[in-house]
Design a binder for this molecule. Sequence first.
Ligand code: ADP
Length: 294
Amino acid sequence: EVVVVGSVNADLVVGVDRRPGPGETVLGSDLATHPGGKGANQAVAAARLGGRTAILGRIGDDGHGELLRAALGAARVDLAHLLLTPGPSGVALITVDPGGDNSIIVSPGANAHLTPEDVANARDLIAGAAVVSFQLEVPQPAVLAAARAAADAGARVVLNLSPAAEVPAELLALCDPLVVNEHEAAFLLGERGEPEAMARALLARGPRSVVVTLGADGALTADAAGVTAVPSPRVEAVDTTGAGDAFTAALCLRLARGDGLAAAARHAARVGAAAVRKAGAQTSYPKAGDDLPS
Ligand code: ADP
């Protein structure tokens, strides 16, 4: 149902009272190592929710790689196109503050080696998907090649523009939807604005539809039918790491199963809210049948 083309990272997480400034050192909590990466997070989230899910990505031949493969396998993600690169796996260095907000540095490692050739070798996988989901933690030539292949085969392309980066107009035009948070929206537009105005302005950039996620305030969807506000359930935020990935995965799965955009986003906001109630990214994702906040 869902194929995720994207990153697989080990998340190295430390809790801090506050972030260090330049030249400053602060003491944090014990280190926690979690499986992460936007691509793997989305794949695990979709699989946990009961979706038939595969990932196209690369891990290194180190201990992190073994952990990452095991985590994807445990969630029953199809690993036939999880490829091995000699050298380090991708790593994300994450600090979480008492309010649950995170700051992240990503070292791409093996993710930087995903190529259009890898995409060509996964052509049948991509062509068989209802929805193919992308983020920008793997090289853009691979993303563009896979998005073209997906669109050619009639699969729906969902792109989470994260981390924010310039992308070719051709890629934007394939997105249905483009998924951004407020920061990524402002990056693409060159200025911050009212969320609804940003959603309309993003739609004018060429994607077939747009979703702007607004943290605790939920999300906005925009397509030819107009702009729809989708609330998020009120929950106590423990750790927002990976909330956007859970949201996007749930969105992709519902779209794959035939929901309209606003209905899919309504469900996705509940899954995103569920994911902020617990520490970590993949560890916080709900299973099919779990009670979701509403
Ligand atoms: P990202 O994690 O990509 O920055 P957001 O912070 O917008 O994205 O979160 C994505 C989704 O997760 C939101 O649309 C919302 O559904 C849910 N979410 C995030 N933070 C909270 C929160 N504090 N309370 C409730 N839901 C949240």
